[in-house]
Design a binder for this molecule. Structure first.
Ligand SMILES: NC(=O)c1ccc[n+]([C@@H]2O[C@H](COP(=O)([O-])OP(=O)(O)OC[C@H]3O[C@@H](n4cnc5c(N)ncnc54)[C@H](O)[C@@H]3O)[C@@H](O)[C@H]2O)c1
Length: 267
């Protein structure tokens, strides 16, 4: 057996930086809150889930708000700036994909379309709109839009989630170009399947856990911390020449052609 090789390590110092994370009470957003907080940042979590927010570690602020309501987004940004003196990083992460949304287009209820559009698309715009006003004045800031592998390629029965995730990519590109000369970088992250309540709720619709894991070349679904690590890097000075683009954090899923032989199922 060969001796194991060093794998290196990365540490971030976000001391003094102020971060606002939408949907930070659960799943990927929660990991992003934890990663920023443990690297020294001041973190504000905006979420609708008050019971889950009580489990956030001390030191992370919670603002209750629905991102589909512009006034709630404005309030979260104002709270952050009033309490902490600025806003350095906005992570647009709150989105929904209820099991009832796995329907063909012809059966899509208009109310569900409106609801998902409100949270998954308008919510990102409203938060960024108010954040960018602060960042423009500061002449610095980073905005990260949580998109998805489903922004780049699609499947049957995702007539709402997929197209909106594609729009989340383009929001990042457009805002990144718009504010490039104001010291503001805007990027998106496209995860593959990540082990969170959102994915657990739709595992059956995606063929079950083993099947879903095996579709990723790395042979597993990802961990929320692995997405958080990408967000921390993109928000750091190490990514100072990275803007108006997307990073796929997907275990190779995006590179794997649908024409390719599937990997054998592990025992
Ligand atoms: N889990 C995955 O495999 C995966 C893959 C690709 C992309 N994503 C994206 O990552 C992000 C996070 O997903 P997740 O899996 O952690 O989801 P999750 O359901 O585990 O967490 C989402 C969080 O958003 C909050 N939220 C929902 N509606 C809200 C609203 N209107 N206002 C404020 N907060 C609200 C929820 O309360 C929850 O805390 C989403 O943008 C999702 O589309 C997830």
């Amino acid at each position: 057996m060969p001796a194991s090789r060093p794998i290196g390590s990365v540490t971030h110092d976000n001391t003094g930086r102020v971060v606002l994370v939408s949907g930070g009470a659960n799943g990927i957003g929660r990991s992003i809150c934890d990663a920023f907080a443990s690297s020294g940042a001041t973190v504000v979590c905006l979420d609708v889930d008050e019971p889950a927010a009580t489990k956030l570690p001390g030191g992370i602020d919670f603002v209750r708000g629905d991102t589909s309501v512009e006034a709630d987004c404005k309030n979260a940004v104002s709270f952050t700036v009033e309490q902490h003196g600025g806003l350095d990083i906005l992570v647009n992460n709150a989105a929904i994909q209820p099991p009832s949304s796995y329907v063909p287009l012809a059966e899509l209820p208009a109310e569900l379309w409106d609801k998902m559009l409100g949270i998954n698309l308008s919510g990102y715009t409203f938060l960024a709109k108010h954040a960018v006003r602060v960042m423009k004045e500061q002449q610095s800031g980073v905005i990260v839009n949580m998109s998805s592998g489903q922004a780049h390629r699609t499947a049957r029965q995702v007539p709402t989630y997929g197209p909106i995730k594609a729009a989340n990519l383009h929001q990042a590109r457009q805002w990144g170009v718009e504010y490039a000369r104001d010291g503001i970088r805007v990027v998106s992250v496209s995860p593959g399947a990540i082990d969170t309540p959102l994915v657990r709720a739709s595992l059956e619709a995606q063929g079950g856990e083993k099947e879903l894991a095996n579709r990723h070349p790395l042979g597993r679904i990802g961990k929320p911390e692995e997405v958080a690590a990408a967000v921390l890097w993109l928000s750091s000075t190490e990514a100072s020449f990275v803007t108006a683009t997307d990073l796929e954090v997907d275990g190779g899923l995006g590179a794997f052609g649908s024409f390719a032989d599937p990997y054998p199922m592990p025992e």
